[in-house]
Design a protein around this ligand. Structure first.
Ligand SMILES: [Zn+2]
Length: 169
């Protein structure tokens, strides 16, 4: 099932998610729906708040469906360490059509639980490090525009407000 993606302005995107405690069939179904929703939107990551669920759960696939081994499920993830720095264009499915150069670590190590409640640790570089940081931010109610300079952020917010007014958001 493909969920509608919640856009910037909705409260669920700016509140911290609740931890996942049940690793059962309904989590499996939710994760499968999240992948389906993410692929349909051509995204490399999707966090539960983006489909309106305030949960600490996200999925990532930096291969965009090309490599089955690139499918990552992160329940209750935390960033345990970061290294270096990269500045690249970043976007978000909840802020469609807005992209901006965003500073992120070059390398990030995360600890998370998989679908079966087993804890794992994984390091990522480049786009994967960026995806880890971006998606885990979502679980804390933070959007990538929080990492931009104030002027850039305000300009995006203003455009969104205009689009909301015009019924285009
Ligand atoms: Zn996002």
């Amino acid at each position: 099932m493909i969920y509608p993606i919640v856009k910037y302005g909705r409260e669920v995107l700016e509140q911290p998610g609740k931890p996942i405690t049940e690793f059962d069939g309904s989590l499996e179904k939710l994760v499968s729906d999240m992948f389906e929703t993410m692929y349909a939107a051509n995204g490399v990551g999707l966090a539960a708040p983006q489909i309106g669920l305030p949960l600490r759960l996200c999925v990532i696939d930096v291969s965009v469906g090309e490599d089955p081994n690139a499918r990552l499920i992160l329940a209750n993830p935390v960033i345990v360490s970061t290294e270096g720095e990269q500045v690249q264009e970043e976007g978000c499915l909840s802020l469609p059509d807005f992209r901006a150069k965003t500073r992120r670590p070059q390398r990030a190590t995360v600890r998370a639980w998989d679908l079966h409640g087993h804890e794992y640790t994984m390091a990522g570089e480049d786009l994967l490090a960026r995806a880890f940081c971006h998606e885990i931010d979502h679980l804390d109610g933070t959007l990538f525009i929080q990492h931009l300079g104030r002027l850039k952020r305000e300009s995006i917010k203003r455009k969104v407000r205009q689009m909301i007014k015009a019924g285009e958001w």
